[in-house]
Design a protein around this ligand. Structure first.
Ligand code: GDP
Length: 443
């Protein structure tokens, strides 16, 4: 359990009408009475003068008292709503430190709330995501996680795995009555069904992760196919930040745009071709890496020579994401713009077909911003869900191969652990450190 009393300014730095300082821990009550006199009624705002050790007034404002365990962190919590100026806030903080508090680390209030069982990790992360949300859709998804949508889904999967394990482990105890073939088949079917449910949860989480962190779309293709032109045309007036990563001009360029509320990171890559020189080969290597990490690839093809990149197949990274062929320069070939069976026809020069390409992209990324089922999620959740699904697959194969209940049960336990890491039922100090250190101070 955490110990010590922490304090931090919870409002953003700078000047504002009010500035809020939060204190949590066993000395929170002493801090409150030391600064503002006797403790007020719990959870009721009272107007007080805040004073230094000699009784000189520092500020005037509202104080709130939340005795534990019914507080955000589960500990005694005091809040001071003073005037939002850096000097005032600083003097109040210094006084709180005299009274026994120390400055909080980033995310330490949320971490204490988690450690004291006030909220699971998905909810703690949802608060950070809500604060960081860059679009209404991302904020709505964060609220759904905060209300428990993600945690309940994981909890439900964990319960299904527990049931299967209980069933298996009780049959391990009765050595004389091993499961017969029929029972094993039925068991494997049930495990497989849980695997499907894990994958469905992963899909919903992926949409949430893309809403929060943005989907990665890589623009690839042969030199001069029109990749840079397409990138610029897509960004158009939606362009946010365009950054050139360090390195050669043959490096990967990335920029961000919004497709109806879905943040998308678009990456323009070096032209792909075989038989390139050393510098160019490095650019191509990076292009391959970007393609391997992408959520979707737009393969730009010069519509005048649509067969031109057939030779690129050999150089294609094996793990590359799904792709859409974009036939560019249709102003020269007079092909009508739009989405067809084999790809999307556009002209980066005239802008024809770009709206169709954008809605196609929205569709293939599979994120529906208004979708009630989408909850905020992070890459770490996706990874845990993938690992859980893989462990469940192992359990199914072990069961079908007749490897014995112990092995099957062990794989299921492993899957359960991975799911537990999402909600925090299973954690390591390292994992918690990595999660909470990305939060802001005072959160
Ligand atoms: P990249 O090497 O694939 O990035 O290709 P660029 O975007 O630099 O384009 C190569 C050349 O094709 C440039 O001269 C562009 O102006 C031209 N280009 C790109 N898109 C179009 C298009 O839709 N129509 C026409 N007519 N030219 C285009």
């Amino acid at each position: 359990m955490p110990d010590g009393t922490i304090c931090a300014i919870a409002t953003p730095p700078g000047r504002g009408g009010i500035g809020v300082i939060r204190v949590s821990g066993e000395a929170a009550g002493d801090c409150l009475s030391g600064l503002a006199g006797r403790l007020p009624e719990p959870r009721t705002a009272s107007l007080r003068t805040l004073r230094d050790a000699d009784g000189n007034p520092l500020d005037q404002g509202l104080v709130l008292w939340f005795p534990g365990p019914d507080s955000f962190t589960g500990e005694d919590v005091a809040e001071f709503h003073g005037h939002g100026g850096p000097v005032v806030m600083d003097r109040l903080l210094r006084r709180l430190i005299e009274l026994g508090a120390s400055l909080a680390e980033p995310g330490e209030f949320s971490q204490r709330a988690f450690l004291n069982g006030r909220m699971d990790l998905t909810r703690a992360e949802a608060i950070a995501d809500l604060i960081a949300a860059g679009s209404e859709a991302a904020a709505s998804a964060a609220m759904r996680s905060l209300e428990g949508a993600f945690a309940h889904r994981i909890q439900d999967l964990v319960e299904q795995l527990t049931e299967l394990r209980v069933h298996l482990e009780s049959s391990i105890d009765f050595i004389d009555e091993p499961l017969d073939g029929l029972a094993i088949d039925r068991l494997a079917d049930r495990i497989e069904a849980v695997g499907e449910a894990v994958r469905a949860a992963r899909e919903a989480a992926r949409s949430g992760q893309q809403l929060q962190e943005g989907a990665r779309v890589v623009i690839a293709g042969a030199p001069n196919a029109g990749k840079s032109s397409l990138m610029n045309a897509l960004l158009g007036r939606d362009a946010a930040i365009v950054t050139e990563l360090a390195g050669t001009t043959r490096d990967v360029l990335d920029a961000h745009l919004h497709l109806d509320g879905l943040p998308v990171q678009v990456m323009d890559t070096a032209g792909l071709r075989t038989g390139a020189g050393v510098v160019e080969a490095e650019g191509i290597r990076r292009a391959h890496q970007a393609m391997a990490e992408a959520d979707h690839i737009l393969l730009v093809v010069d519509d005048r020579n649509p067969g031109d990149d057939d030779g690129l197949g050999a150089a294609w990274p094996a793990s590359a994401a799904a792709l859409t062929r974009v036939y560019n320069k249709i102003d020269l070939t007079h092909r009508p713009p739009g989405v067809g069976d084999d790809g999307v026809a556009v002209s980066a020069l005239t802008g024809a077909g770009l709206d169709g390409l954008k809605s196609h992209l929205r569709g293939v990324l599979g994120v529906r911003a208004g979708d009630e089922a989408v909850f905020t999620a992070r890459r770490r959740h996706l990874q845990a869900l993938d690992e859980a699904a893989a462990a469940i697959d192992e359990a199914v194969s072990a069961a079908r191969a007749g490897y014995g209940e112990e092995l099957v049960a062990e794989s299921l336990r492993c899957a359960q652990d991975r799911l537990g890491q999402i909600t925090g039922a299973v954690t390591t100090e390292d994992l918690l450190g990595r999660i909470f250190s990305t939060f802001c101070i005072g959160k």
